[in-house]
Design a protein around this ligand. Structure first.
Ligand SMILES: *Cc1c(COP(=O)(O)O)cnc(C)c1O
Length: 360
């Protein structure tokens, strides 16, 4: 795509929130990136425009048939004031995988990344610089065509919105309790579990509500066919350290291929720590716990980076991991990943993409 991007100025800028009150997904910056699609024109009218409510036709197809996909990534203000992205080309690529599965027309990955960088530069004052904070970036696409027949829509909108986010953890990583879900399933082979589409999250809410009611922060999903093999956590992939070796479920078509997951695997290999991607059953996890070999469990995803698991509840068996304390490997991975993201540590894999240097 080679169209000129336009800029629509807003009259009044919003006040910036206090860094200590950021939380997640509560505040949005002054501008967003928008682009439209019509089948005769392709993607057109790229623009940076004021963040404001949208007007959509009540019969816009997204409300009825759910063609909606998204990505989640972060911009960090490095220690020297540089704005950094972490493997953003992977997010662009996965967005197109999601487009393909939902019959949404593909986007030009390089163009969108350039547009995101320009949006971030426009909004650079919205990047918080407290410890553990970042600017969360949410690109998303949905069908806008006014029509009630079931078929792929002919009109779409792509938006990118920015949300300054607080530290996921306080001063220390705190292990979470996770409920192993045996009644509900998240995704099945041949379905849409491997892409970031809105419906996956709608389908998970019932189980999430049940887990929270019982005092658990998240769910560990099992495979939909045998209710036996571990898949992933709500918005994180899962890793087990058993007797010195790390195991994570192999991508099977119903698991979301996380970029954090891939980065963790690469780091472990770089550190010569044995890591395997393979099917692992919840029975095997329980057996490892019983024999004292289950050393660490952690989730991996953009939001938390690394989230240590202190307890799993499977069928009323409480599987306590490392006495509810964070394991050394989980801590090392967290330190390494966040160190690279903030430019405090060397980046041996060239994961960092710099947006630009801004005044400190
Ligand atoms: C986004 C997501 C992940 C993590 O992916 P990252 O690229 O590491 O952020 C894992 N599982 C699900 C279901 C997700 O939506």
């Amino acid at each position: 795509m080679n169209q000129e991007m336009s800029f629509i100025q807003r009259e009044v800028l919003k006040p910036k929130p206090d860094t200590s009150s950021l939380g997640f997904g509560k505040y949005y910056s002054d501008y967003m990136f928008v682009m439209d699609y019509q089948s005769e024109q392709g993607w057109y009218n790229p623009r940076i425009a004021p963040y404001e409510p949208l007007t959509l036709d009540p019969s816009a197809m997204v409300f009825h048939y759910g063609q909606a996909i998204f990505e989640g990534m972060k911009a960090y203000k490095g220690t020297d004031g540089t704005i950094q992205l972490f493997r953003p080309e992977k997010n662009m690529n996965r967005l197109n995988q999601s487009c393909d599965r939902l019959c949404i027309p593909p986007i030009d990955e390089e163009y969108l990344l350039r547009a995101i960088k320009q949006l971030i530069l426009t909004e650079k004052d919205w990047i918080p610089d407290g410890d553990g904070t970042s600017l969360y970036i949410r690109p998303f696409i949905f069908s806008t065509e006014a029509y009630l027949g079931v078929r792929p829509a002919k009109e779409y909108k792509l938006l990118v919105i920015l949300s300054p986010s607080g530290a996921y953890y306080g001063s220390q990583l705190s292990p979470v309790k996770i409920y192993v879900e045996e009644q509900y399933v998240r995704a099945s082979i041949g379905g849409v579990g491997h892409v970031k589409t809105a419906g996956n999250y709608a389908a998970s809410l019932k189980a999430q509500e049940k887990a929270e009611k019982n005092g658990y922060a998240q769910i560990l999903w099992l495979d939909s066919k045998e209710n036996k093999y571990v898949e992933e956590v709500g918005s994180m992939n899962i890793f087990f350290k058993i007797n010195g070796e790390v195991v994570t479920p192999k991508l099977n078509g119903s698991i979301l291929p996380g970029i954090t997951r891939d980065s963790v695997i690469q780091l472990l290999k770089y550190w010569d720590i044995p890591v395997r991607e393979e099917k692992i059953s919840i029975q095997e996890v329980y057996a490892a716990h019983k024999s004292g070999e289950l050393e660490e469990v952690f989730g991996a995803g953009t939001a938390a980076v690394i989230s240590p698991v202190g307890e799993l509840n499977w069928n009323d068996h409480a599987i306590v991991i490392n006495d509810h304390k964070i394991g050394q490997l989980s801590q090392n991975l967290y330190d390494e990943m966040t160190g690279i993201q903030l430019g405090k540590k060397e980046d041996p894999f060239n994961w960092i993409v710099k947006v630009a240097q801004v005044g400190v």
